[in-house]
Design a protein around this ligand. Structure first.
Ligand code: GDD
Ligand code: MN
Length: 378
């Protein structure tokens, strides 16, 4: 992968891309604060592109009024499809129509302080991307956040780091970044289009594999000033699935393992459906189908995926380890099934069963790759 050294000059011009959905109570204060900060950076040409999805609360009208009196503010309106769609639209607009050196992405609700913007932009002197990070030394989350929100945010971030295989960055779901347009151009379009919040991870992944040089700067993430978060169940579902695709894109052994897994999926869902049809309850069917597919996958992995590995440990030991890993996989997959039934009760049972395969497969992959089928040291 080609890696351009980031140029040593700070950006001369930039555009803040700011998605809004029902931000009536935040947007004008936000725009005014940002514009005041731009006034304090006379050497740099700053713009703001608000990407609104026809917010029913009239956010767009407020932006329009400000844009009419200040030529640095633009409005892009569209259909509501999610945070990722809005950012994609905004970034593509910048790449096609604006001649700027950098973009800044941030929330409209003061979660990200406008005061941090100059610091992120200045960091582009040494990097292609500067992340406003909650999870590096000096970074912080609003004290008012309860333990549940902290756990969700931390957990989601850790889950995505390990699954997607992005270990080098502490805050991979961060929504506050300054990005050189040259790096953004190399990262776009994203390999797999996304609609919701997982966009943050997908964009970071794309920037990394296209060779961007990335820095993290500590920020304090505040609770929003008005309104409520727009993160919904759909975002969570898309997030849980998408990080696996990112892993698939970046690792080879994993591709082989995933192909093996695909046949396991057929076994799993086939058995699940047959058991359901013959009157067995969904939870027992789920567990039995998971176990059968685990056995199936073990044989394929043993004779294909990990065939080339030099393993001298006795077969019987491997068999014992395999059983322990099966238990782990069963636990992960089955509890995912239970959680998914709760997250999407209106969907058919087989959908939850299908999705529950993914986390189980991941646990299975790590345990098998680093333990059961661990290669001898050379
Ligand atoms: N146009 C548009 N369309 N804007 C949206 C949409 C949408 O579908 N959904 C959310 N937004 C806007 C919001 O109005 C806000 O300005 C910004 O995107 C972020 O939404 P919030 O609802 O404030 O997100 P959050 O505070 O829960 O999440 C923040 O932290 C996450 C990581 O924990 C954001 O910074 C996320 O980007 C980040 O991933
Ligand atoms: Mn927010």
């Amino acid at each position: 992968m080609q890696q351009d050294r980031p140029s040593s000059a700070p950006p001369n011009s930039f555009c803040v891309v700011m998605p809004t959905y029902n931000e009536r109570d935040n947007i004008s204060a936000m725009l005014r604060q940002l514009l005041a900060i731009f006034d304090g950076m006379p050497a740099v040409d700053g713009h703001i592109l608000v990407v609104d999805d026809n917010s029913p609360d009239g956010t767009a009208e407020i932006v329009q009024d400000i844009a009419a009196t200040d030529s640095r503010v633009f409005l892009l309106s569209g259909q509501k499809r999610g945070l990722g769609s809005a950012y994609t639209r905004g970034f593509e607009y910048v790449l096609a129509h604006l001649d700027v050196d950098a973009v800044v992405q941030m929330d409209a609700d003061f979660s990200h302080s406008p005061l941090d913007t100059p610091r992120l932009l200045a960091a582009l002197e040494e990097a292609d991307v500067a992340i406003g990070s909650r999870y590096v030394l000096g970074g912080a989350i609003d004290e008012r956040w309860g333990w549940w929100r902290r756990l969700l945010s931390r957990g989601g971030n850790m889950f995505a780091r390990y699954i997607a295989g992005i270990y080098a960055i502490g805050d991979i779901t961060a929504g506050f970044k300054a990005i050189r347009v040259s790096a953004l151009r190399r990262a776009f379009p994203l390999r797999i289009p996304v609609q919701g919040y997982v966009f943050q991870v997908a964009l970071l992944h794309s920037l990394m594999i296209s060779g961007a040089h990335i820095l993290e700067l500590p920020i304090r993430f505040s609770d929003r000033q008005a309104g409520e978060t727009k993160l919904g169940r759909r975002d969570i579902a898309e997030f849980l699935v998408h990080v696996w695709w990112l892993r698939l894109l970046s690792r080879k052994t994993f591709v082989k393992f995933a192909l093996t897994g695909l046949t396991g999926v057929v076994v799993n869902l086939g058995c699940f459906q047959i058991l359901l049809n013959s009157g067995v309850g969904p939870y027992i069917s789920s567990a039995v189908a998971i176990e059968l597919s685990i056995i199936w996958n073990f044989f394929l992995n043993n004779y294909w995926t990990f065939r080339d590995r030099q393993i001298t440990a006795r077969k019987r030991v491997r068999g014992l380890k395999f059983n322990a890993v099966s238990l782990l996989t069963l636990g992960v997959s089955f509890s995912s099934f239970v959680v998914l039934r709760w997250l999407m009760p209106e969907q058919p049972e087989v959908v939850a069963q299908a999705l529950s395969i993914l986390p189980g497969a991941m646990a299975n992959y790590f345990a098998n790759s680093y333990w059961t089928f661990k290669a001898d040291p050379v």
